[in-house]
Design a binder for this molecule. Structure first.
Ligand code: NAD
Length: 434
């Protein structure tokens, strides 16, 4: 099947490469010419484990190409996936301008029947808007279908998530487009992947409802961590005791500095605004947004308290900048929010992140000392803050680390270390909720 994927970011590139791996002919399109040039010369513009090898393989096999020519790609495709960004507007709602620009291009290049599918996370009702734009602007009289196929992959394990998803959601307005999309996912039938086929607007809601629920789980355990600290309980054991109940499940019950990244913060705000626009109050989601917003301040208080209440004029080491491990994505990273708070309080910060420093440099995170490794970051520090749970931090040589620091204090915002081990190794250790 000939497919174009418009937008070659985290979602578009993974989607394109995986559909090519399934045996389809795919063109990944982007308006960013530098990005396409990089991809054509074999460079992946961001860090995602395994993606380089996959892209190289399917490109060599001739099933994946890259282009900035949106019109040509649309004209040569039966299925057009829209995977452009849907950033936050000023009022919190999702900005659909990139999505609707692509819809206009489809209208101008509709040279036969096509299925136009949103992979981007879009508010309920976007499918109807796309239909209207294409219907009103098409230059040739051909039929088309609009569908929704929300993406649930996680950065850092994106290929595995795409190739072995818990479910695939297909929102279609007719049987023909549902059949085409089901056919695209046929390789997953062997894994008995459940496929939820529904209408377009229901599929759109499934994505927001899922992300808002996951954000709720994170905020819930964060608040339970606060309670555990107050009463002297251990939140990890609380989470385990809760998570073994199959109605609850153990995932997303890890306390920390709050959720971040390119999805949860913007998607919770967007669904809240969408509901308000329809006269509905999502009180639980609004409380989650509020709870998560307060998280940075409470992490800063935790660090300041560990340093006798004062963050001014201190030297602090920070391990981790990205919003989660195995990515270089800094978008709405809680680590960066905490870093900025520490800097604003007048401390010197020495930072190390295995993948995030180039992007931080590009984003002009200024007044920070970028370091070569964890031990370099710890040099002369009075406190070491762990802000992202990269696996390589777990195996640090504690003696060497302590030798570098001017005072052996660790504030572990991700509970990477075992409190007892740290204390018996001579550190003053502060975790989250235990
Ligand atoms: P991204 O910012 O990494 O990539 C978007 C790409 O689209 C950019 O390269 C941009 O240049 C390109 N683009 C924008 N307008 C274009 C146009 N008119 N024509 C061609 N290219 C265009 O974004 P992303 O993280 O891949 O997210 C894309 C969508 O998927 C968003 O709606 C997001 O919410 C959703 N999503 C993201 C994730 C994730 O983990 N990143 C997971 C699931 C869903």
């Amino acid at each position: 099947m000939n497919i174009s994927v418009i937008g070659s970011g985290y979602v578009g590139l993974v989607t394109g490469a995986c559909f090519a791996e399934f045996g389809n002919n795919v063109v990944c399109v982007d308006k960013d010419a530098d990005r396409i040039e990089a991809l054509e010369s074999g460079r992946i513009p961001f860090f995602e484990p395994g993606l380089g090898g996959l892209v190289e393989r399917v490109t060599k096999a001739g099933r994946l190409q890259f282009s900035t020519d949106l019109s040509k790609s649309i004209r040569e495709s039966l299925v057009v996936f829209i995977a452009v960004g849907t950033p936050q507007s000023n009022d919190g709602s999702a900005d659909l301008s990139f999505v609707l620009q692509v819809a206009s291009s489809v209208a101008e290049n509709l040279n036969g029947y096509k299925v136009v599918v949103t992979k981007s996370t879009v508010p309920a009702g976007t499918g109807r808007k796309i239909r209207r734009v294409i219907q009103e602007n098409k230059t040739e009289n051909h039929d088309f279908s609009v569908a929704s196929n929300p993406e649930f992959l996680r950065e850092g394990s994106a290929i595995e998530d795409f190739m072995r998803p818990n479910r695939v959601v297909i929102g279609a307005e007719d049987e023909a487009s549902a059949a085409i999309l089901k056919d695209l996912y046929r390789p997953l039938y062997l894994l008995e992947t459940p496929i939820v086929v529904t209408d377009v607007v229901t599929a759109e809601v499934i994505k927001y409802a899922s992300n808002a629920f996951l954000a709720t789980k994170i905020s819930y355990i964060n608040e339970m961590a606060d309670l555990c600290e107050a009463v002297g309980a251990d939140v990890h054991i609380v989470a385990r005791g809760m998570g073994l109940d199959q109605r609850i499940g153990s995932k997303f019950l890890h306390p920390g500095p709050g959720y971040g990244g390119s999805c949860f913060p913007k998607d919770t705000r967007a669904v809240s605004q969408l509901a308000r626009d329809h006269g509905v109050d999502l009180r639980v989601v609004d409380a989650v947004i509020d709870s998560n917003t307060r998280r940075t301040e409470s992490m800063l208080t935790k660090i300041a308290t560990a340093l006798d209440g004062n963050l001014e004029g201190r030297t602090i080491a920070m391990l981790g900048l990205t919003f989660k491990p195995n990515t270089d994505d800094l978008r709405e990273s809680p680590a960066v929010a905490v870093l900025q708070g520490i800097l604003a309080s007048g401390s010197v910060v020495r930072v190390f992140d295995p993948q995030g420093m180039t992007q931080a440099f590009r984003d002009e995170v200024t007044d920070v000392q970028f370091c070569d490794n964890e031990y370099d970051a710890a040099a002369g520090a009075e406190c070491l803050v762990v802000a992202t749970e990269w696996n390589q931090f777990r195996g640090l040589d504690l003696e060497r680390l302590q030798g570098q620091m001017s005072s052996p204090l660790i504030v572990d915002l991700r509970n990477v270390f075992d409190p007892e081990t740290m204390r018996s190794s001579g550190f003053r250790y502060v975790g989250v909720g235990r």
